[in-house]
Write a protein that binds this ligand. Structure first.
Ligand code: ATP
Ligand code: MG
Length: 229
């Protein structure tokens, strides 16, 4: 059976991912603040919406900017987005509980959650930690089920923190999003506004494989030969 991929509309990202986002699984784009996670989401949403496809967009931190969207897509494309803005972890839970119906009613081609863990992070403290982790896991399980059942890509973003026990950056939520995301992509900032995308986990590509891109008005673009723009 061939793996289906959905174009992100970005040349460097599509060529890096051999066609785009895989359907049927959760792709998790993680990285530090300002590394381009929200831009990645808007790129995908704008490209699909521009083609008349419906996209369910769960925005947990007012990261979505219609102005930015319209730099990439036509004004009318905005109507193809079904936006939900949960204000706390309970509302995020409700949004995900009703998601399957919303996807089916709209015949949506993708689900985007930016970010999966910002409201979780506010809640996951002290003695509630285990229960909150379980609820995050439940939400990711539901997203994974929707990806499979509807055969669409689910794109989530994930904040990181500096881990002192292990080396480097750790995902907020740690093993929970790591387990449920069949594709993990790390974004980071390099010099001169150049961004790097690197595979941390993938079903058919090696860890550590990376590519460069840049953020421009038209979305996630190719870095030219000189690395300048
Ligand atoms: P956070 O974790 O804080 O949400 P993020 O990873 O989602 O961060 P983004 O919001 O995607 O990061 O990226 C912010 C970067 O995108 C900024 O450096 C900003 O300069 C750049 N950016 C946004 N719009 C444009 C544009 N039209 N042209 C060039 N760069 C842009
Ligand atoms: Mg963001």
């Amino acid at each position: 059976m061939e793996v289906e991929r959905v174009s992100t509309g970005s040349d460097p990202i599509d060529s890096f991912l051999k066609g785009g986002l895989e359907t049927g699984i959760i792709t998790n784009v993680f990285g530090e603040s300002g590394s381009g996670k929200t831009n990645f989401c808007v790129q995908v949403a704008a490209h699909l919406a521009d083609q008349g496809e419906k996209v369910v967009y769960i925005d947990t931190e007012k990261g979505f900017s219609p102005e930015r969207f319209k730099q990439i897509a036509s004004d009318e494309a905005l109507e193809n987005l079904v936006v939900n803005e949960p204000l706390d972890f309970e509302e995020q839970e409700e949004a995900i509980e009703s998601l399957e119906n919303i996807v089916e009613e709209n015949d949506a081609s993708a689900v985007i959650v930016d970010s999966m863990v910002s409201l979780y992070r506010l809640k996951a403290k002290g003695d509630q930690y285990q229960e909150i982790n379980q609820r995050l896991s439940q939400q990711l399980s539901e997203l994974s089920k929707i990806a499979r059942k509807e055969d669409i890509p689910v794109l989530i973003t994930n904040q990181v923190y500096t881990s002192f026990d292990e080396e480097g950056l750790e995902l907020v939520g740690r093993d929970v999003p790591r387990y449920w995301s069949k594709c993990l992509l790390q974004l980071s900032n390099e010099k001169n506004g150049v961004r790097k995308i690197e595979i941390e986990k993938h079903r058919s590509m090696p860890e550590g494989k990376s590519a460069q891109f840049k953020i421009t008005n038209s979305g996630l673009d190719t870095v030219d030969e000189k690395g300048l723009f």
